[in-house]
Design a protein around this ligand. Structure first.
Ligand SMILES: [Zn+2]
Length: 328
């Protein structure tokens, strides 16, 4: 599909591609992209131009998790965006869960927060909107977004660790996202952290999920919301302080494992729970130092402040990427 995105210049070469905007002269307003992040109860949407700048956002509570209902909600929203923005070129959707490519189309697998075991979401959204659609795992989409336009631009190797309701990581090696054999790379949820302590939903004692996810932090702190936990931490409440510090230690352990395996130039920590990395920075740093192979050297760790619309922004970038790669 040639939609006239490029004004001049050569098509960028594959090796070393990091940020298309640096290599292509793209008219930002020549096309718009709708990015959507689905959680178990909310749809976050962002519209970006071709330079990945967000020009509009919307947020909708899901009144139903029925697949058709969600697809209709997406289609209605995309229609509204198309009325406001000329040339919406593509749609990107991301969610927790894995994406398997079946006959060239993305199938969302194991999206537990939505209760969707296996959904042909790409084809459904494409049929409902009439627009090219791409679906992605949310952390992988966020990783590509940071690599192309965000905090990881230009990094030959990069890791993004994001945590909130769960924890996941996205990995870039030699400028390419690592998808693995089945689109399931970067699983860090159950990395062992301590020999004793709390138990995760899989029955592991002291794994990352038993400490770092927000549900685990609330359980360990005896609180009912993340904000309440942060407030109690600030007041020096013992249990909240311990929960946050242990989460920082677990996070440091996860980052150490990733850093030893990948040797990234930078690790970006983000997600709904990323305040933990700031509040427990010394625990994170100490775990990172003690768990890394001493021969592996240091790694840059950057905490990136997060809002849920970041995932929608990332999903839009997945759509940009798909269109640019189709044009190439
Ligand atoms: Zn576990």
């Amino acid at each position: 599909m040639d939609i006239g995105l490029v004004t001049e210049g050569e098509i960028f070469p594959l090796p070393g591609r990091g940020r298309p905007a640096e290599k292509l002269d793209l008219r930002p307003e020549s096309a718009y992209f709708v990015g959507i992040k689905l959680t178990g109860d909310t749809l976050y949407a962002a519209v970006t131009d071709l330079h990945a700048s967000v020009v509009a956002t919307e947020e909708h509570k899901l009144v139903s998790r029925d697949v058709q209902d969600v697809v209709v909600l997406i289609a209605e929203m995309v229609d509204r965006f198309r009325a406001g923005f000329r040339r919406v070129a593509a749609v990107g959707v991301c969610s927790a869960g894995d994406v398997e490519i079946v006959n060239g189309h993305g199938v969302l697998i194991g999206s537990n927060f939505l209760g969707w075991p296996r959904v042909h979401l790409e084809e459904l959204v494409e049929a409902a909107t009439g627009l090219p659609t791409t679906i992605a795992n949310d952390v992988m989409a966020l990783t590509v977004a940071h690599h192309w336009f965000g905090a990881g631009v230009g990094c030959r190797s990069l890791a993004v660790v994001s945590f909130g309701a769960g924890i996941g990581s996205g990995l870039v090696a030699n400028y390419q996202l690592i998808r693995g054999a089945n689109g399931r790379s970067g699983k860090v949820s159950h990395i062992p952290v301590t020999a004793d302590g709390p138990v995760c939903d899989q029955g592991h004692v002291g794994c990352a999920s038993a400490y770092v996810t927000i549900p685990a932090i609330l359980r360990n702190a005896g609180t009912t919301s993340f904000n309440e936990t942060l407030e109690r931490f600030e007041k020096g409440d013992d249990r909240a302080v311990r929960a946050i510090k242990n989460a920082g230690k677990a996070l440091g352990t996860v980052v150490a494992q990733i850093a030893d395996l990948l040797d990234p130039l930078k690790v970006i920590i983000t997600g709904e729970g990323s305040d933990v990395a700031r509040l427990a920075d010394s625990e994170l740093e100490a775990a990172l130092e003690s768990r890394r192979d001493p021969a592996a050297g240091r790694v840059g760790v950057e905490v990136y402040p997060f809002h849920f619309s970041d995932y929608a922004w990332a999903a839009a970038i997945s759509a940009i990427r798909q269109v640019l790669e189709t044009e190439r």
